[in-house]
Design a protein. Structure first.
Lengths: 107, 350
């Protein structure tokens, strides 16, 4: 059985991308975006210490709660909405198959 | 004019290690960095984070890595221009480069190594209308001269150490200090958080949370802010607004130096020596790109080493040299210090 899920992502220009993400490589959404060469900087490398991978979750998947680090970063990020998450904190696993997200504006 | 052999732009781990490798070849280095301290991202973004992929360090804090590198290169007496960004480069007739910073400091060297990581750290600016207009007319992102805030009404926004530290500091000289943050929790050193709590309890500062500045008002200079707290918006008069949301790297002026840029990074010849399309200018570490590039500190160290060998040949085209091992040759610093492996003792056993 292939260990893959699909993520539906809308970029900053409104273009839709279907991202096929492996679930057995300990990857997060920021890394998947980089693997697809989407314009996500991932400046801090995934430590929840920059907001360059901020995205808005648009489907009703239940995601793990924001960690303190993520919460702190989002409280200093810009363009934050209730459904804002840092892509680097969203791990690829079966429970988020079909997740719909859009990229937040770059700062 | 500061003169050196290799002028290194960026004092992160890669730039720092380049000083060591250059030193082994008797080349002097000078480093320029926009941050006030060496270390780059390791110092600015994640000094307290452990790194696990530095060869022979099963675990090392980013801040300690920088400290160790500084210690390792100290014998080679690198020069530093800190808190200044390299903005322009020109080539002289005798094949030297002159690099000038935003503060006008000039540096001259036959070789320039750009080790600028993701670029110059610039303040993160909140997306507020007329923000550009009020810059230096009431809005400052960096506190250069605290005296200008004496007896003024200050509003600080942010939830990290710098917001806390400057609140504590400016409370002593400003006529009023208001700290605004989008949540009640602050991410900072515990004693700073406690100190701010105490200042709030004593009504020495005003703390507005969870809230944010949503608009700026004023004619020629900033005169007030609109602050949204939960569903209510109110105006707060002030003389200065200091948003402290950390720093973010931007490639900046280097992008306009005529270097070949690809995906926000400088293209180099990785089959040889990490030289750019301009002979004499190298790019090492996270700032460069080539097929198969990995942005890792350990790769930056390798690139710095090869760059130095190539720089030596460029500076001394006719001087013969071979790679030396520190286990054999030791380390002879420019400061007169010398480290050498201990000689084995040979003694007869009777």
């Amino acid at each position: 059985m292939p260990q893959e899920i699909t993520i539906h992502l809308t970029d900053r220009e409104g273009v839709h991308h279907e991202l096929i993400a492996p679930t057995d490589m300990q990857m997060n959404l920021m890394e998947i975006c980089k693997a697809y060469e989407l314009p996500v900087e991932g400046t801090c490398g995934g430590m929840a210490m920059c907001a360059s991978c901020q995205c808005y979750v648009e489907s009703d998947h239940v995601l793990p709660e924001r960690s303190d680090d993520e919460e702190a970063m989002l409280s200093e990020a810009f363009f934050v909405k209730d459904n804002s998450r840092l892509g680097c904190q969203i791990q690829m696993n079966d429970s988020i198959d079909g997740l719909k997200v859009s990229l937040a504006p770059s700062e | 004019m500061i003169k050196t052999d290799i002028l290194i732009i960026g004092a992160g781990p890669t730039g720092l290690f380049a000083v060591f490798e250059a030193g082994l070849l008797k080349l002097k280095c000078h480093l320029i960095d926009s941050l006030p301290m060496p270390g780059g991202q390791c110092a600015e973004i994640y000094p307290k984070k452990p790194i696990y992929d530095i060869p022979s360090h099963p675990e090392i804090l980013a801040g300690d890595l920088v400290k160790n590198l500084e210690q390792q290169i100290a014998p080679f007496q690198p020069g530093y221009t800190l808190g200044e960004s390299a903005v322009s480069i020109e080539k002289t007739k005798d094949d030297q480069f002159i690099v000038t910073t935003d503060k006008g400091t000039q540096h001259q060297a036959p070789v320039v190594a750009i080790a600028g990581g993701l670029g110059t750290f610039e303040p993160r600016k909140p997306p507020l209308e007329r923000l550009d207009f009020f810059e230096n007319k009431g809005i400052n992102y960096i506190i250069k001269d605290p005296e200008i805030y004496r007896d003024k009404r200050i509003v600080i926004a942010g939830g990290g150490d710098s917001a806390l530290d400057w609140t504590i500091f400016l409370e002593k000289i400003a006529s009023s200090v208001t700290l605004i943050h989008r949540r009640n929790e602050f991410r900072g050193a515990l004693d700073s958080v406690e100190k701010v709590q105490q200042l709030k309890n004593e009504a020495k500062i005003q703390l507005i949370t969870p809230a944010e500045v949503i608009a700026l008002e004023g004619e020629t200079t900033l005169s007030s802010l609109s602050i949204k707290r939960e569903e209510n918006t109110h105006q707060l008069e002030c003389d200065y607004f200091i948003p402290l949301f950390g720093l973010t790297p931007k490639l900046g002026p280097i992008a306009k130096w005529g270097l070949e840029i690809e995906k926000n990074a400088i293209k180099v010849d990785n089959t040889l020596d990490y030289q750019t399309n301009i002979p004499g200018i190298y790019a090492i570490g996270d700032v460069n790109t080539y097929p198969g590039k990995l942005k890792l500190i350990l790769c930056g160290f390798h690139e710095a080493t090869l760059m130095c060998q190539s720089a030596f040949k460029r500076i001394f085209p006719d001087k013969r040299n071979v790679l030396k091992y520190t286990t054999v040759s030791g380390v002879s610093g420019f400061d007169g210090s010398s480290k050498q492996a201990a000689k084995s003792t040979i003694k007869t056993i009777e």
